[in-house]
Design a protein around this ligand. Structure first.
Ligand code: GTP
Ligand code: SPV
Ligand code: MN
Length: 619
């Protein structure tokens, strides 16, 4: 049904409306439903970013940081209940419930639309509706993936300007009639009857909803990160994973790096670790071993497609970092600190120093004097927040920096190549205090897919809920697969079957997080992880000594370069070894995990589990 477009012309408009008919009709529908007071069609210019910042400063959403310390940078403090992704309120509303599978929340799409239409009714009253045209990946890609986010949050519009290719170039492409994914977002706090605004508007009711059959996203009630920057997890992972299933590629929660050896040989690697488990850190790693170099291509999302040469190529669809702040320091991730210090960043829920800088736990051993904590309270290291509980952290554990990727001193030239980079290795990882060794190489693609499918991690602050609870996180995609988990793993297996085996990347499994009896991390991690990357590179070239175990190939004693590393022989032996007793406990846990897949459980996974059981019983 054609909408009445006059409803668009009747509103105050900043910018120029596009000519794409589907877009105009959709905007008219949204305006009729949400009833915003004005429309701002974004052009993505620096002037516009400055204007959005000014509006957010006026509204009290942003605080300007000290220009001498962090030029053109801002701090947002969210509502204390809007600090992370809300997985319990995230839905995959496929027409058929079976397509959402056992790992996603599902509701009938019509029923969900009725609920959300009720919530969106007048939800933008008194607010400006921002129309954000964006492209995930390069505009010059073979098959550029366009989206338009409509949002009543200037913070979201501004952040999308950092995280995506946003604005006039996309509008020009839309004018040629290309399709796009409609992404509707409202914070769910209308300013009805001139009700006063608050610095961080949001709603107690939150829904992050995907309609995979229609390729559409509706988000309501949250202004935070993955809940509201809809190009990121909602489009580039959940919707894109469905596109990828249908089109024969992979949309993954992976970083991408280029590793170069002292001899000048380069390797491209993609690594999937669950949220807050080290992707940004590995993506910007500063090697501790002489002569090795890591360059950054992506830190959170990778799209993998086969090239004409039969190899698997990886691109990063994003243009910014939305990185975990706590733990980021000049010693753990100096390149992230350098990127941040250039400025042009939006910080969310970090602490503020007395001179208008930022601070978070782990940045320095002690804070530089009293702070304002993420809730806006005076805070000092001895007593914690004034009026709060002692021991409360100054920065929220999921506080983040949003920074343009071009500011990374490690950015690889290949980042700008629309074809991406051919992968030599895929690395899976998780946060496990035991069981999983520092690094394991799979025997082949199917075994590697088994490693990915059984990947597990102790939960982090990146999602609302308990922290430190062990859960399976297949390919680090548990919260991001837009369809049935069994079909997703089968898709991985099928791609391997169809490819030429010698052209596929080798698959590895890493764990930086093994702990000793005192709870201390036994592996020093961060820049020292370059030692593991070196062994992986050697393995790719057919070198690097390994021992074969029931779980795959582990570095042989002495194979890992530990020259100058501060670790005891006992700790090194423990983190790099196959712990038989722990794996005897692990196998039934994997069995129970596979039980949840139901009858769609891929045969390849069953065979791998049986093979592991047999190998263990022969030990
Ligand atoms: P998302 O953006 O949520 O997807 O997370 P991410 O995978 O990019 O995680 P990130 O690199 O931001 O790391 C999360 C936390 O893990 C930070 O507090 C890091 O300091 C910490 N971390 C990263 N790498 C290591 C490591 O090698 N060892 C240890 N002990 N901690 C690490
Ligand atoms: C994650 O949680 O994996 C993130 C942060 O990268 S968010 O964008 O909020 O999803
Ligand atoms: Mn992530």
């Amino acid at each position: 049904m054609a909408s009445d477009l006059s409803i668009l012309r009747d509103l105050p408009l900043q910018g120029t409306l596009p000519t794409n008919e589907k877009l105009l009709n959709w905007l008219a529908e949204v305006v009729a439903l949400c009833r915003p007071a004005a429309i701002h069609y974004c052009d993505g210019s620096p002037e516009e970013q400055a204007l959005l910042a000014q509006r957010l400063l006026d509204a009290g959403t942003l605080i300007r940081l000290n220009d001498d310390i962090l030029p053109n940078s801002f701090l947002a403090r969210t509502d204390p209940d809007d600090v992370a992704r809300v997985e319990d309120q995230t839905f995959i509303c496929s027409r058929d419930e079976r397509h959402a599978g056992p790992t996603n929340n599902w509701m009938d799409p019509d029923q969900m639309k009725r609920i959300l239409t009720g919530l969106y009714d007048g939800s933008m009253e008194g607010r400006t509706m921002y129309v954000v045209p964006f492209c995930m990946g390069h505009l010059e890609a073979d098959d550029p993936k366009f989206g338009v986010e409509v949002t009543d949050s200037a913070y979201v519009a501004m952040s999308m300007g950092v995280m995506t290719r946003m604005g006039a170039e996309v509008t020009a492409a839309l004018a040629t009639g290309v399709d796009f994914v409609p992404c509707l977002h409202s914070v769910g706090m209308p300013l009805t009857d001139s009700r006063a605004d608050v610095p961080w508007p949001c709603s107690d009711i939150k829904y992050i909803v995907h309609f995979p059959d229609e390729r559409m996203v509706w988000s309501y009630g949250s202004g935070y990160g993955g809940n509201s920057l809809l190009g990121k997890k909602c489009y580039a992972l959940r919707i894109a994973s469905v596109m990828a299933r249908d089109e024969g590629w992979l949309a993954e929660h992976m970083l991408i790096i280029k590793l170069t050896s002292p001899e000048g040989r380069s390797y491209h690697m993609a690594a999937a670790f669950p949220s807050a488990c080290g992707k940004t850190n590995l993506a910007m790693l500063e090697p501790t071993i002489p002569g090795w170099k890591v360059e950054t291509i992506g830190d959170d999302i990778a799209w993998l497609r086969f090239g004409d040469d039969g190899r698997l190529y990886a691109t990063n669809p994003e243009t910014g970092f939305f990185g975990v702040a706590p733990g980021t320091s000049h010693s753990t991730n100096p390149n992230a600190m350098r990127a941040i210090e250039i400025g042009n960043s939006i910080f969310t829920n970090v602490a503020e120093t007395a001179d208008g800088g930022v601070w978070w736990e782990g940045m320095t051993a002690t804070p530089p004097g009293p702070l304002t904590d993420w809730k806006g309270r005076l805070w000092n290291a001895e007593t914690g927040p004034v009026g709060g509980r002692p021991g409360e952290k100054a920065a929220h554990p999921n506080s983040r920096f949003c920074t343009p990727i071009h500011q990374a001193p490690t950015l690889a030239a290949e980042y700008d190549d629309p074809r991406g980079v051919p992968l030599d290795a895929i690395i899976f990882g998780g946060r496990r205090e035991n069981t999983v060794p520092l690094v394991t190489q799979s025997r082949d693609w199917r075994h590697g897919v088994f490693m990915g499918a059984t990947c597990s991690s102790e939960s982090t602050a990146a999602a609302r809920g308990a922290v430190g609870v062990l859960r399976r996180d297949p390919m680090a995609m548990l919260p991001f697969i837009g369809y049935h988990v069994a079909d997703y793993v089968q898709h991985w297996l099928d791609l391997g079957e169809r490819a030429e085996a010698d052209k596929l990347p080798s698959i590895f499994y890493v764990n930086w997080f093994r702990r000793d009896a005192d709870g201390r991390f036994m592996w020093p991690g961060f820049g020292e992880n370059s030692r593991v990357l070196k062994w992986i590179a050697e393995r790719i070239d057919g070198g690097g000594d390994a021992v074969e175990t029931p779980i795959g190939h582990l570095p042989a004693p002495g194979a890992l370069d530990v020259d100058g590393l501060d670790i005891t022989d006992a700790d090194l032996a423990e983190v790099t070894s196959f712990q038989e007793a722990e794996w005897r406990d692990e196998v039934p846990r994997i069995g129970r995990w596979f039980d949840t897949f139901g009858w769609r459980l891929p045969r390849g996974l069953v065979d791998e589990l049986l093979q592991l059981e047999t190998a263990l019983s022969g030990q």
